[in-house]
Design a protein around this ligand. Structure first.
Ligand code: CTP
Ligand code: MG
Length: 395
């Protein structure tokens, strides 16, 4: 078939502005939703009825590896379009030129796309291809958005030279659609005259060929700087969860009484393998309840010498790391100590503040209560004390 429209997926950059955050990996090879970034643009492009084939431009030193990955991802031709690959060049425009060389004779128009824009929508691809097709007089159709900031042109010293009229400015994106013949000629001229550009539409402008800006897509963002990586976080909805913890320690031991990491001291010595902080133990079990990850007895066995006399604050630290790793967001904790003696009211504020600090929670999201059992049961008989903890969180 003649008059085919092909996409060129540029994936041969080095991602220098991102290198520190990625450990040197070029951004288009970062994995998102189980595939490299470049694959997502390919899927959006191939799903458009306007697109017949794709040329992937990979870095020379990664081409074999990337081709193998492409083969795997496109096994049984999932994309449903024809595929070619090319070797990237030193500048973006060199990579485009190399991509153009791989287009088949049937191809008459082309969509050049930065694979660093993985949120590309198929709708935008189709709108661009249609707009180019519907206006035979036009030499390029590109997506753009009005800018919200006032833009200044500055000189090398940062001194303002000019302020272009904002209403006439557009921040442009890719894909950029062109008739193949015109784009090839523009690239040839750029080579001959040593032009240096950051997008293909610039070449058309320099050749004084008309380029139309149509409405772009605010979501079609280019992953450029380290902070843009946050956009690649999977945003699964968080669900509320609740954990419950309960613990008892006997009096008559050798450990000074600790509650919530605060030393209470006094005559009631606790019997325990660790420091015997009954409140932090209940709290840890409640946190582990949110994670559905067992209990402290299982994590920190009381026959393991390494936990002999250990501070429960250290154990809580470990549980907090587990919580962070599981993506748990603690919202609120409600703690109660049940003890006949000692009197806890004088310590309540210090305990509450310390727990808030340990959990990195605002004070108003840490509740602490103390009660007796009216001289009933083992707490009433001063045989020991107990604590319960409720943690609510999102996960
Ligand atoms: N690109 C390319 N070949 C080059 C340079 C860039 O194929 N020689 C591609 C990039 O992979 C990217 C797109 O062109 O998909 C846009 O370029 P840019 O955002 O500047 O990416 P990088 O050049 O990789 O990043 P940086 O400028 O931070 O080094
Ligand atoms: Mg670049």
């Amino acid at each position: 078939m003649q008059n085919e429209c092909w996409g060129i997926i540029l994936a041969a950059g080095q991602g220098r502005r991102m290198a520190e955050a990625t450990g040197g990996e070029a951004k288009q090879f970062l994995r998102w939703k189980n595939a490299p970034l470049w694959w997502h643009s390919a899927q959006a492009m191939a799903a458009s009825p306007a697109v017949h084939g794709l040329v992937f431009v990979f870095p020379a030193d990664k081409k074999d590896e990337a081709e193998a990955e492409l083969k795997k991802l496109d096994k049984s031709n999932n994309l449903g379009v024809r595929i070619a690959t090319a070797e990237g060049g030193a500048r973006r425009q060199d990579s485009v030129r190399h991509g153009l060389e791989e287009l088949p004779p049937e191809c008459s128009s082309v969509l050049v796309h930065d694979s660093a824009r993985p949120f590309l929508s198929t709708a935008l691809v189709t709108r661009l291809a249609r707009a180019l097709h519907d206006d035979p007089g036009i030499c390029g159709v590109i997506p753009g958005l009005p800018v919200t900031d006032t833009i200044k042109e500055v000189d090398d010293d940062g001194v303002v030279v000019e302020t272009p009229v904002r209403s006439q400015l557009r921040a442009v994106q890719t894909p950029q659609a062109f008739p193949l013949e015109e784009l090839r000629m523009a690239h040839a001229q750029a080579e001959a005259e040593g032009w240096d550009v950051t997008d293909d539409a610039s070449l058309m402008e320099r050749s004084e060929l008309p380029v139309l800006v149509i409405e772009g897509d605010p979501e079609n963002i280019k992953i450029t700087n380290p902070q843009d990586l946050a956009m690649l976080m999977e945003n699964k909805p968080l669900l509320p969860c609740c954990g419950y913890g309960y613990d008892v320690h006997a009096y008559g031991g050798s450990r000074p009484l600790m509650l919530g990491g605060v030393e209470i001291g006094g005559d009631y010595l606790v019997s325990a393998h660790s420091d015997g902080d009954v409140l932090l133990h209940a709290l840890m079990d409640a946190l582990l309840g949110c994670l559905a990850a067992g209990d402290i007895g299982h994590l920190f066995p009381d026959n393991d010498p390494k936990f002999d006399g250990i501070s429960s604050v250290v154990l809580l630290d470990h549980v907090m790391s587990m919580a962070a790793e599981a993506g748990l967001r603690i919202c609120h904790v409600d703690l109660t100590v049940i003890a006949q003696k000692p009197k806890l009211a004088p310590h309540a504020d210090a305990i509450r503040r310390n727990v808030a600090r340990l959990l990195d929670l605002p004070l108003e999201h840490v509740a602490f209560k103390a009660t007796t059992e009216e001289k009933l049961g083992f707490t009433g008989e001063l045989k020991g004390l107990k604590a319960v903890a409720l943690v609510s969180a999102m996960r």
